[in-house]
Design a binder for this molecule. Structure first.
Ligand SMILES: [Zn+2]
Ligand SMILES: [Zn+2]
Length: 345
């Protein structure tokens, strides 16, 4: 039996272990992928430290995956060995009402790569063919891996929020998702795009990729500056950090009829005054989780056309045996880190 290397979580709170496991075989409707790149996401850190729960142990982490098709199982059409594909990370039933209406992330049978089933911190991965989306050679594997989450998640969130031409947008948190949120907001027709972060370097990056203004809450009076920039408050605030204080800030920065989309994972409670926070200004607060298969063709096309600039997104590439160092770097919030990607030869 042929084996491969995989980085597995055996116990939350412990480092991932590099193990040799059998290379899985593709069944009906599945493909075998030679993994070329797998992004390290904050969620991986949360699974590793136990803040978010994985549902099987040991488990191979990694849900932002791109690679090359090496084998197709029976009844796979539209893909052939050699194709470069990136992976929609929810393995769904494919036939329920949610799956059939483009809301795959609502599928009650959805299993997430690297959380419920083995993921991409491994040399090979078996995945249903319907989860794989081909992309052209002009997109490097490491950047394609980011499309699956760091790009797809904010893309989905803006669609959830019903972004309209000319909307002023506040983006809270310019990390792996935020740098793409800035660009997606512009592509989707936003007017002013205001970036907020504590890191001056991240804010400069946001300006470089198209933000109209950058605010640092340690230096700027955020709400005052938002009023100066927009008059009323922003039409749309997207919260990508997941802290009660930044969620509160997002809501407070929206104007009349403003929408707040919560994308950052915050398991704590926040307090709201329904009259002042919602009714009086007709504000809306929405949640946005993951993404859907239907988001993929568009984001791949945007990247292929160069309208999405991913050249600043992959700041670090590491081999699989250094995945724990990558998680440490993410944990210590290294200054110039946007997205870390595990890459394979
Ligand atoms: Zn992620
Ligand atoms: Zn389903």
């Amino acid at each position: 039996m042929k084996t491969m290397r995989a980085a597995q979580l055996k116990e939350p709170g412990k480092a991932l272990e590099l193990v040799e496991v059998p290379i899985p075989r593709p069944g009906k409707g599945e493909i075998l992928l030679k993994v070329k790149a797998a992004g390290i996401c904050s969620s991986d850190l949360h699974y590793q430290d136990g803040r978010s729960q994985v549902t099987k142990l040991p488990i191979t982490l990694g849900h932002e995956v791109a690679g090359e098709v090496v084998e197709c199982g029976e009844e796979v059409s539209g893909l052939t060995p050699g194709d470069r594909v990136c992976i929609f990370y929810l393995v769904t039933c494919g036939s329920c009402m949610a799956c059939c209406t483009g809301n795959d992330n609502y599928c009650s049978e959805a299993k997430m790569l690297g959380k419920n089933i083995d993921g991409g911190f491994a040399e090979y991965l078996v995945i249903p063919a319907r989860n794989a989306f081909a992309f052209p050679e002009s997109i490097p594997f490491a950047q394609a891996a980011l499309l699956t989450d760091a790009v797809a998640t904010p893309f989905h969130a803006f669609n959830r929020a019903g972004i309209k031409t000319g909307d002023s947008v506040l983006i809270i948190g310019i990390g792996g998702l935020g740098i793409h949120a800035v660009q997606i907001a512009k592509i989707m027709g936003a007017g002013k795009v205001i970036a907020m972060d504590l890191s001056q370097e991240k804010l400069e990056l946001a300006l470089k990729v198209g933000a109209t203004a950058a605010l640092n809450p340690q230096k700027d009076h955020v709400e005052k500056r938002i009023k100066e920039l927009t008059g009323n408050g922003v039409d749309l605030a997207i919260e990508l950090i997941g802290l009660p204080v930044t969620i509160r800030q997002a809501i407070d920065c929206t104007g009349l009829g403003g929408r707040t989309v919560i994308v950052g994972i915050c398991p704590e409670e926040i307090s709201l005054n329904p009259y002042y926070d919602l009714l009086l200004n007709e504000r809306t607060i929405l949640g946005s989780a993951d993404q859907s298969r239907i988001d993929f063709p568009t984001i791949i096309e945007l990247a292929a056309q160069g309208r999405l600039d991913l050249s600043h997104s992959v700041t670090h590439q590491l081999p699989l045996d250094q995945v724990n160092r990558g998680l440490e770097m993410l944990k210590s919030k290294e200054e110039n880190l946007v997205r870390l990607v595990v890459t394979f030869p």
